[in-house]
Design a protein. Structure first.
Length: 318
């Protein structure tokens, strides 16, 4: 990881001079976005300052994490007027942050492990070599000598676990961070259990996804239609796209789900540092984001087949 020590100290000093801090994970947050937000909120509160996490749809499977119940789905105008610092997390592009909080003249700090794209803020910690934004927050805490207890360790490890597909995409160097967090009390069995929890309905849907697997060129596809997605909640674990990414050998694994009329949600996974396809560029083309190993976006299309054809054309798949 890049050495941000001087910038970390500047950020810490900036935070010490503020009182009411708004923490923003990206829209439609994943495990890393919420984990990094909860970790930072814990830190802010230990400084005896007010921390407000705003997210309209935090994934419910993460409710076991300390502080999850305090995430706010709305913020009244009076409270917003008191905000004197914004911490934006894991968002890649400002388009993935709630518009109502952007360009308000409030000092902003960014922590992100996505490549430099369109991030904002007077202070920006951007490290594409980090496994997750949670890893960057962990490094920040260490550099400022902030004590990490078992609750905080579990939060941080959850972010790393979910964004690395259960550590499958971590280097040996990164695994030392996992070991350190476990030694600090992180509850890995609980994290894994919550991530992989399956009911019969979900298992049947996975069976359907596996039946539909098809390979075209160097890409493996699968999908769900709108009537099938209505029976599951899509702000839960990314188990479906993650699961198919372990099947066979491909440069990209693409999972499509029709979420409403003329909208197809696309989740892309790619093997660590081996793909010949630029999945970040693909996501950006359609207003989404991500990193080298995982991206997501929405395509405007009437059918799954139409969306697949659009993707095949963009990736020049024959």
């Amino acid at each position: 990881m890049e050495d941000f020590n001087i910038l970390f100290q500047s950020i810490y000093k900036e935070i010490e001079g503020k009182r009411n801090i708004l923490i923003l994970p990206h829209i439609a947050p994943d495990g890393d976005a919420i984990s990094s937000a909860l970790a930072f909120s814990y830190f802010i509160q230990k400084l005896n300052k007010k921390a407000i996490i705003f997210s309209k749809n935090p994934p419910k499977y993460l409710k076991y994490l300390f502080g999850f119940s305090k995430i706010q789905k709305s913020i009244d105008e009076n409270l917003f007027r008191k905000i004197d610092l914004i911490v934006a997390l894991d968002y890649a592009d400002k388009k993935r942050l709630p518009k109502i909080f952007i360009n308000k003249g409030i000092t902003t700090i960014t922590f992100d492990h996505h490549p430099r794209q369109n991030q904002i803020g007077e202070f920006k910690i951007i490290d594409p070599h980090a496994s997750s934004t949670s890893e960057i927050i962990f490094d920040f805490f260490k550099k400022i000598n902030f004590k990490i207890n078992k609750n905080l360790a579990t939060i941080l490890l959850t972010g790393i676990y979910t964004d690395s597909v259960c550590f499958a995409r971590l280097s040996k160097e990164k695994l030392t961070i996992v070991k350190e967090l476990i030694n600090l009390g992180a509850n890995l069995p609980q994290i894994a259990k919550k991530y992989f929890e399956f009911d019969i309905k979900k298992a049947k849907i996975l069976s359907l996804i596996l039946q539909r697997l098809e390979k075209k060129g160097s890409v493996i596809f699968s999908w769900l239609e709108e009537k099938e997605t209505s029976s599951i909640v899509f702000n839960e674990t990314p188990i479906f796209p993650d699961f198919i990414s372990f099947i066979g050998k491909a440069d990209a694994y693409i999972f499509l789900s029709k979420i409403e009329e003329n909208q197809i949600k696309v989740s892309v996974r790619s093997p660590k540092n081996k793909s010949k396809l630029n999945i970040i560029k693909l996501a950006e083309k359609f207003g989404g984001g991500g990193h080298r190993q995982a991206t997501g976006f929405i395509i405007k299309a009437k059918t799954i087949q139409e969306a697949k054809e659009i993707i095949e054309k963009e990736l020049k798949i024959k």
